[in-house]
Design a protein. Structure first.
Length: 312
């Protein structure tokens, strides 16, 4: 996962980012009804909208509301409580990421005694969200379900989550970058660890796929994978055939292509360099395997992804 430079803590200053602050009155609704917020009301012509939201201290709250877009937010400071639909309330602490799908009513309230709750909110057009998952051949229903909240496991992950959202916040609405949105979504998917297509449920297959996340294993291929797993080729071949219906080479190539898709989507690295980083010694072999696995060429995949996520 590419590193992202974290912005200064001064990002919470209204003087630093006045254009990103929601007006609190915009979200102050009567609890007698559940208002629907529409993407068309966010004053953006792009596929997403980013805002830094700050409460006014303890007992401040976002009343229950829903929207016609996907909302993803990360807590930057303070603490709070989040509730989606009628599910159990969940704690909000720095680094926590929450995803709310269209039509899901949710509310947030500040319970912090150490400064106001603050979070970066990313609103994404539902059509853009759906097209992105279609392009990467993932089913969002497998990982992004009602009420899902991602809790960071350590201080490094807290900072990494914050940096991901601060990176996309750092562009003004008039300067929205499609490449930033793609990079944000790909890294968001990585954090939720959605199942790979046809990954199966075998513990051994999970070990194999975990090993293939290492760039060195992808570059060096079969000998490195065997050494990493400390098993024989015949054993590996039986596992791959039984659990995935593929040969070891086919499993490795599929992992290489998945990594190539990630690089093509999130970086400006030339296509030839992507192939080399993923373990393909020749461009012809890279194109052959990529077309077989993805149904298109590497260059066309990158171009189609940009086109798919461009605003209608």
């Amino acid at each position: 996962m590419p590193p992202f430079r974290a912005l200064s803590s001064s990002i919470l200053s209204s003087r630093r980012c006045p254009r990103f602050l929601y007006s609190i009155t915009l979200f102050h609704y009567s609890t007698a009804m559940t208002p629907l917020l529409r993407f068309s009301g966010l004053l953006t012509s792009g596929g997403y909208h980013v805002a830094l939201v700050r409460g006014k201290g303890r007992h401040w709250q976002f009343a229950a509301h829903s929207h016609d877009f996907v909302e993803v937010f990360c807590v930057i400071a303070g603490g709070g409580i989040h509730q989606i639909q009628d599910e159990v309330e969940k704690a909000l602490t720095p680094g926590v990421i929450a995803t709310i799908l269209p039509g899901q009513a949710h509310s947030v309230r500040d319970i912090s005694g150490n400064g106001p709750l603050a979070f970066i909110n990313v609103a994404i057009r539902h059509a853009v969200w759906s097209r992105f998952f279609s392009m990467i051949e993932r089913n969002p229903a497998e990982g992004f379900t009602t009420g899902i909240v991602l809790y960071p496991e350590n201080a490094a992950r807290i900072q990494s989550n914050r940096a991901l959202f601060e990176d996309i916040l750092s562009s003004a609405p008039s300067e929205q970058s499609l490449s930033k949105l793609i990079r944000f979504l790909v890294n968001l998917v990585d954090r939720y660890d959605l199942p790979e297509p046809s990954s199966g449920g075998s513990e051994w297959l999970e070990h194999i796929l975990d090993a293939l996340k290492d760039d060195e294993v992808l570059r060096e291929g079969l000998p490195c994978l065997l050494g990493r797993l400390n098993i024989s080729y015949s054993h590996l071949a039986r596992l791959c055939r039984r659990q995935a219906g593929l040969s070891p080479t086919e499993v490795i190539n599929r992992a290489r292509i998945n990594r190539a898709k990630h690089l093509l989507a999130t970086s400006p690295i030339p296509v030839a360099a992507v192939g080399q980083r993923c373990g393909f010694n020749t461009m012809s072999h890279f194109y052959e395997v990529f077309r077989r696995e993805a149904g298109t060429s590497p260059g066309a995949f990158r171009a189609d992804l940009v086109k798919a996520l461009s605003p209608p």
